[in-house]
Design a protein around this ligand. Structure first.
Ligand code: GDP
Ligand code: MG
Length: 358
């Protein structure tokens, strides 16, 4: 599962990529023309459980980020570049909103709202081309031979086209479960969850919301599948270099409540519809990534196919209850442990111990 970092030249993409993947990236690991790095999903629950269990190993959930070349400025809007994006599941658009007289933005003037529109339009146009091509193909095939599946596809394509022609990203349209299934066959770019990372001046750190409003971007994050995360790239880059205690001090000095890095990673994780359940013990405390709505049986499979195959029951306790009780046994005695079957829908904050055979 991958998230592509996109944006105009000099917006701060590579800087942000380094911040997100610091320490976990084979720095410069290349996948085609792009750099790939791993980011850990910050999770205070794992850290708290680790305080209790003092495990040999602590493992956070992780995600991959790709530092892709810039749109427009660097790549001249070639579609080969857009094709690279077909491999990603979500997009982070780094939008320049910081001043730097020694390094002016490509257009000479800061205009984050315009940059967002430009890039969104590129994605919409790319998809429109895919839709047109596919529609022609389907119509041609239907003339030759009747095919109920293709007949189903046509109205869907038409609706996509109408949306795109009015410059709406496909993520803003609503689709039935069946249509969703058909859509996964196409690699539409404007369908991907989108995070606008608004890269602000250091001086904006104490009032991020004010800065968002000043750039006229209040409403940007509210659309379906879309979020806006204001960050101060330069501050974040400094924070990333510091030990935890000093970073906390510096954040306070800037008036930042939480690091932008953490906010951004968590937002990507949420928008993709992922969340973590936890396992805790002396060997390892760990967060496991699953999709919202997944069952205990599916969660077991996320750990190991053997555990899934031999699934008997899941012992489940909320992480705060476990910490309050002080141990698994004490949580059981306090009546906080639940024994759940395979169809149990895993909840946010569940710590699970799988009972399995074999
Ligand atoms: N003042 C300031 N400079 C930044 C910020 N983010 C990146 N830069 C600088 O802008 C230049 C371009 O950044 P880079 O990350 O390479 O941009 P990219 O072309 O989008 O990959 C570099 O000199 C960075 O140091 C920021 O938040 N504030
Ligand atoms: Mg770069």
């Amino acid at each position: 599962m991958r998230t592509g970092i996109i944006g105009l030249a000099g917006a701060g993409k590579t800087t942000l990529f380094r911040i997100l993947t610091r320490g976990h990236a084979p720095q410069g690991a290349k996948h085609g023309a792009v750099h790939v790095g791993v980011a850990h999903v910050p999770d205070a629950r794992v850290a708290r459980l680790a305080e209790l269990y003092k495990p040999k190993k602590i493992t956070y959930a992780s995600m991959e980020y790709l530092d892709v070349a810039a749109l427009a400025g660097e790549s001249g809007r070639d579609s080969a570049f857009l094709v690279q994006l077909r491999e990603v599941d979500a997009l982070v658009h780094v939008v320049r909103a910081f001043e730097d007289p020694s390094n002016p933005p490509p257009g000479g003037k800061l205009d984050p709202a315009h940059d967002i529109e430009t890039l969104d339009l590129d994605l919409v146009l790319y998809d429109l081309e895919q839709v047109s091509r596919r529609s022609e193909r389907v119509e041609k095939d239907l003339k030759k031979k009747k095919d109920p599946k293709l007949e189903q596809e046509l109205p869907l394509l038409k609706r996509c086209r109408e949306g795109l022609e009015s410059e709406r990203a496909l993520r803003e349209l609503e689709f039935s479960a069946e249509e969703e299934k058909l859509l996964t066959g196409f690699q539409f770019l404007s369908r991907r969850p989108m995070i606008y990372a608004l890269n602000l001046n250091d001086g904006d750190a104490a009032d991020l919301h004010g800065a968002v409003a000043r750039h006229g971007l209040d409403a940007r994050g509210g659309k379906p599948g879309t979020a806006l995360v204001p960050i101060c790239g330069k501050v974040e880059a400094e924070l990333a270099e510091l030990p935890e205690a000093e970073a906390a001090e510096m954040m306070q000095a800037y008036g930042l409540k939480e690091s932008g890095r953490d906010r951004l990673i968590r937002m990507t994780y949420d928008l993709l519809g992922w969340f973590s359940f936890l396992t805790a013990g002396e060997p390892e405390c760990r967060a496991w990534t699953i999709r919202r709505g997944m069952t205990a049986f599916e969660a077991a499979g996320a750990i190991h196919s053997d555990i899934q195959r031999g699934f008997i029951k899941a012992e489940v306790v909320n992480w705060e209850d476990l910490i309050a009780a002080g141990s698994w046994g004490a949580a059981r005695e306090a009546g906080k442990l639940r024994l759940e079957g395979r169809d149990y829908v895993v909840q946010d904050g569940d710590v699970i111990l799988f009972r399995h055979s074999g």
